[in-house]
Design a protein around this ligand. Structure first.
Ligand SMILES: Nc1ncnc2c1ncn2[C@@H]1O[C@H](COP(=O)(O)OP(=O)(O)O)[C@@H](O)[C@H]1O
Ligand SMILES: [Mg+2]
Length: 269
């Protein structure tokens, strides 16, 4: 499915991502970990073509997406929907309109200008919000919602594009542990039920271990680990984070583990 070949991004003399190579050959849920500055965001941004690679290739289902331009590039960008730490919603706009913005790339300029959304799309948006447990928030302004709710709106907006892949750049870094769990549960469920690939940059080890089938560790732009959560031992983690003997797992913990495990996020679809 997704093949990353020798992917490199230079900023001046610095390699933010250095010959990254890996293949994700089924719609897995993959976590990317590493300390701040390791190159995680740059890697995701290159996959989504928000940033251009300096060298190397990104191949998806046999197509080289590294070279796409114009409409083809925008089409690719809607196939690999991105969500961000800061949600990137339009704060003063209502929730359902924010979600419908996920369809902008296939709407006419005129329809966009007058904020005209097809009835089918509105129903679909409400259905997706319902699936994420926030349908009742639909008429509210995005800024009136909690962080956890806003991130679910961003996920709903991503799902409107019916993406093959969701790229999540530290989706829970701004959330408290309970909302972090709700959002990670949502991503996991979307992965399992829809068969969508999820690639998430995660700032904490425990989240990667708990939710991901596979974990990629980055250090100084290089991939230094690629394996299962079981293989991600404390020793390996210490190496990824470049920490010495003082390394403590607690320092990279979201503490989701300590929460009540009752699932509150969803009403089954
Ligand atoms: N636009 C940019 N211009 C210059 N340097 C950048 C830019 N974006 C990222 N970098 C540098 O590239 C490295 C990797 O950054 P980033 O991908 O944001 O890491 P992470 O997401 O793992 O924290 C860092 O050293 C960062 O300072
Ligand atoms: Mg980052």
């Amino acid at each position: 499915m997704l093949r990353i070949e020798q992917l490199t991004k230079r900023f001046g003399d610095k390699k933010a991502v250095d010959t990254a190579t890996f293949t994700i050959d089924q719609p897995a849920m993959v976590g990317i970990i590493g300390r701040s500055g390791a190159g995680k965001s740059t890697l995701l941004r290159m996959i989504n073509r928000l940033a251009d690679a300096s060298e190397g290739r990104i191949v998806f289902d046999g197509q080289d997406v590294t070279q796409l331009k114009g409409a083809e590039k925008r089409q690719w960008q809607s196939r690999c929907a991105m969500i961000f730490q800061q949600f990137n919603l339009v704060p003063r706009m209502d929730v359902v309109s924010n979600v419908l913005h996920g369809t902008l790339n296939r709407r006419s300029t005129l329809a966009t200008m007058f904020n005209l959304f097809p009835q089918d799309d509105i129903h679909k948006a409400i259905e997706i919000l319902d699936r994420l447990g926030i349908a009742e928030q639909a008429p509210k302004r995005a800024e009136a919602l909690s962080g956890g709710q806003q991130q679910r709106v961003a996920i709903a907006r991503a799902l409107m594009q019916d993406p093959a892949m969701i790229l999540a750049d530290e989706p829970i870094a701004s959330l408290d542990p309970m909302n972090a769990q709700i959002v990670m549960d949502a991503l996991r469920r979307i992965h399992e039920e829809d068969g969508r690939m999820v690639v998430a940059n995660l700032h904490t080890l425990d989240t990667a271990r708990r939710y991901c089938d596979r974990v990629i560790g980055m250090r100084d732009g290089c991939i230094v680990f690629d394996g299962t959560p079981e293989q991600l031992t404390t020793g390996v983690a210490r190496d990824i984070y470049g920490a010495g003997a003082e390394f403590s797992e607690a320092a990279t913990s979201t503490a989701i583990e300590t929460l009540d495990r009752t699932r509150t996020a969803f009403v089954p679809a």
